[in-house]
Design a protein around this ligand. Sequence first.
Ligand code: SF4
Length: 264
Amino acid sequence: MGIIFDIKRFAVHDGPGIRTTVFMKGCPLGCVWCHNPESIDSAIKTVAKTVYIGKKKFTEDETVGREMTVEEVMTELRKEKVFMEESGGGVTFSGGEPLFQSEFLTEMLEACQKENMHTTVDTCGFAKWDVLEKVARRTDLFLYDLKLMDNNLHKSYTKVSNNIILENLSALLKTGKRVRIRIPLIPGISFTGNNISETIVFLSKLNDPVEGIDLLPYHNTAAHKYKRFGIDNKLNGLKTVNKVELSEVIRSFEEAGFEVKIGG
Ligand code: SF4
């Protein structure tokens, strides 16, 4: 059994082609910019939600997360197989952090591969190497987050050290796996000259190449979720990235020899 909090059809930013994205609950990090703050807690939770109809205010319960078997998820995925095949797409496991439910994830990946569905895992890379290695054997493509290169900043904005994340990335690339790097661009936090140049230096020094870079500019689109689920939004009011600065960042990565996409 896994705990899933959403299954999104027709996803076009979570890997190649048209994909179905399975969002798994639970994450060992606590990024202040998280777009799915309701996914961090691994438990299934029921929260009171406020809804307005006209001027009338209603409160109703909303349950976040549900237990699903591999077969139940596969039944949902099979409905989309024709779109996956026609578009060169597949299935993406995201979260939360999919490695947090590594046994269920492994079973899901095996089931997908048995039915010739392309598999992508969107991960923060924070897990023991043997867990990641087992998952990697059943994964076609990784979308691997690099958030902050300065370890103290990483700890203060995500609650964990980046050591294991950086070590796992080198080890994963050594296996020959396809890996795209995802960098959330959070103004004043990860979207700074220092962080971008340190990231470029780190990636350039890796012995094995990454396939490309996906830059994810910050948007305030998750603000309603923080409100709805009663979670403190530390970035309330933060503006999105400046377009001129974004072009400079793209140019810096390209000049260092990386292929860059915006939004994944
Ligand atoms: S790693 Fe992803 S899911 Fe986990 S807290 Fe950070 S942004 Fe949210």
